[in-house]
Design a binder for this molecule. Structure first.
Ligand code: C2E
Ligand code: CA
Ligand code: CA
Length: 558
């Protein structure tokens, strides 16, 4: 029933022990409010009558929704809302509303039950059931529930997650020597620090004793990167917990051992994951404590190798272990046009390391920014030197620029500064970017490329044909050259498909007024096909491998 008559209304108003209020439908003013309602508001009667009831709601939209629903002839019964009835606390009310005539005016009767006490009791029960009393962290029960939700979400999104098992080292001794009260304080502080180490969506829970469990979500689709991220969080935790604690003005210290297991979806069940993480934590303990271990030994090994390389890479720049090799680029008469510079790592033990092995790592860790700048500066220094010699004056240098480097906010000014500082002629510098690097943030790319172009620097699109190759984009980008990827050149003589791709690329480039260079030219047959299709610049082992500068200079003299 959503409509009551005058007699029913009178009865309610006379007998009702709960709060009741009547509002005029026409202008939304309070026409009547009983003593209980006014008391709960904490205001004098004349301040309630004639007021707009919206202001008594924590969320005024609630009132509008209710009104709309009644207007449509729908009943509103037992709706739980928060009404700011008492001036200093929001209370939960269960409200029913009815339409009626009140003193010949269409009006709405609101009938409110204060259920704050009930809600408080409910919250308390929830708290006891799902949270740890000491630290207020989710307990094992809530954790298992969350973990199963995360497993579903991860399998749906194809993204990795991780479970971290954190156990304090020698907590029993700490407890026995410092007393249980201090032990409790420590656990509370550990809980606080753990929460500061994770992102908002991640779950930190206490299993009991000194055992904490953390669930990390959305670590990405790549296993190795997900492992690296999980390890980073674990390291952060290990450091945060090792910071000194102050209890009763005395300093205390504790370390932790952490086990990690990665998961991707529902093929792992929550209980198994917990026990894997526990196993890994035990390995961290037997390995000497204050350590991190992955459950999967292959994952553990990959992380160690990678960590070693990362450390060494950082030192490599400081220790000046990078070298540039020059690979000549020639015209149809095999005359040198210039060279592409390719970076090498002169590792003290492994010898020359190929960029394929360390560039991706340098990109991931951000080292590519200083490394890329070093390559650019070295190449420009060389260009400036060449300007004084007839033999080398016209040579160009092509420098590879990675996406991360290009999308740095100050990349344009980096180029400007290097040109200025080295005195290199900008028209002889060519930046090689891949399609994917250019298509990432296309608007930003176009603006940046135009700014760099206006400095006189040229652009070549590297590995052309392996990406999207949209003509639409080619027209918008200020390119001067495209570089046909070596995968098409390799089989140009034997695979008619590759031959026709190359022929089309060259024809298209010509229509757009772009130069074309082919890379990976290893034999004369490939070169002939390319020339036949109209390609006029070449790079590859047929002419020379990438070589150190002195060797490159010697080859020019011939
Ligand atoms: P890329 O830019 O496509 O470089 C061409 C690669 O093909 C070079 O490998 C080169 O040595 C190789 N190559 C040249 N001619 C031939 C040939 O006839 N046959 C075959 N099979 N291969 C040939 P490299 O030097 O190992 O470089 C690998 C990649 O590392 C480069 O691919 C580039 O993406 C990246 N790289 C190298 N130096 C730099 C740098 O200074 N900065 C950045 N961001 N990336 C770099
Ligand atoms: Ca290149
Ligand atoms: Ca290439």
């Amino acid at each position: 029933m959503d409509y009551i008559d005058e007699a029913q209304c009178r009865y309610i108003l006379d007998t009702c022990p709960t709060a009741v209020r009547i509002v005029a439908s026409s202008n939304h003013r309070v026409l009547f409010a009983n003593r209980r309602y006014i008391e709960s508001l904490g205001s004098a009667c004349d301040q309630v009558i004639g007021m707009d009831p919206k202001q008594f709601y924590v969320n005024p939209q609630d009132y509008e929704d209710i009104f709309l629903q009644l207007e449509q002839g729908l009943p509103v019964l037992d709706r739980l809302i928060e009404v700011n009835i008492s001036s200093n606390r929001a209370i939960q009310v269960l409200a029913s509303y009815f339409r009626l005539q009140y003193e010949n005016e269409p009006a709405i009767l609101g009938w409110f039950y204060d259920v704050t006490a009930l809600k408080d009791a409910e919250d308390k029960i929830h708290q006891i059931t799902f949270y740890d009393a000491l630290t207020q962290l989710p307990n094992r029960r809530l954790l298992m529930d969350r973990l199963s939700q995360v497993l579903v979400a991860c399998s749906r999104s194809g993204s990795y997650g991780a479970v971290l098992f954190v156990d304090l080292d020698h907590f029993k001794i700490f407890n026995d020597t410092k007393g249980h009260a201090v032990g409790d304080l420590l656990l509370v502080e550990v809980a606080r620090r753990l929460q500061l180490c994770v992102r908002k969506g991640d779950t930190v829970s206490r299993l009991g004793g000194d055992e904490f469990l953390i669930v990390l979500e959305m670590l990405g689709a790549d296993a190795e990167q997900a492992a690296a991220k999980a390890e980073m969080v674990a390291e952060k935790i290990r450091f945060a917990l090792a910071e000194p604690y102050v209890f009763d003005e005395r300093l205390c210290y504790i370390t932790s051992s952490i086990g990690i297991v990665l998961f991707i979806g529902q093929q792992d069940n929550s209980e198994d994951l917990l026990s894997y993480a526990h196993t890994a934590m035990h390995q961290a303990k037997t390995g000497g404590r204050n350590a991190i271990r992955f459950y999967d030994s292959a994952m553990q090994l990959a992380i160690e190798v990678r960590a070693g390389l990362v450390d060494e890479l950082h030192l490599a720049l400081e220790k000046q272990q990078f070298r540039l090799h020059y690979q000549v680029q020639v015209d149809t008469l095999r005359r040198p046009l210039g060279a592409e510079v390719l970076v090498r790592w002169a590792h003290p033990e492994h010898g020359l390391v190929s960029p394929a092995q360390f560039i991706p790592l340098a990109e991931e860790t951000g080292l590519i920014i200083p490394l890329g700048l070093w390559v650019l500066r070295t190449a420009c220094t060389q260009l400036a030197r060449w300007q004084h010699d007839d033999l080398t004056r016209e040579l160009t240098l092509a420098v590879n620029v990675s996406a991360k480097q290009f999308h740095e906010a100050d990349f344009v000014s980096q180029i400007e500064r290097v040109l200025h500082e080295t005195g290199a002629k900008s028209s002889h510098l060519k930046l090689e970017l891949t399609e994917s690097a250019m298509l990432e943030k296309i608007e930003d790319t176009v603006i940046k490329m135009r700014q760099i172009e206006s400095l006189g620097v040229k652009f070549s699109m590297d590995d052309f044909g392996t990406g999207y190759s949209s003509l639409q984009y080619l027209k918008r980008l200020p390119l001067s050259q495209i570089k046909i990827d070596q995968s098409f050149v390799r089989d140009i003589a034997s695979d008619p498909n590759d031959a026709s791709i190359v022929r089309t690329i060259i024809a298209m480039a010509k229509m757009l007024g772009l130069e074309v260079i082919a890379e990976g030219v290893e034999n004369d047959e490939q070169r002939k096909y390319l020339e036949l299709f109209g390609c006029s610049a070449f790079q590859g082992y047929l002419f020379s491998k990438p070589v150190p500068l002195d060797e490159f200079m010697l080859s020019l003299d011939k």
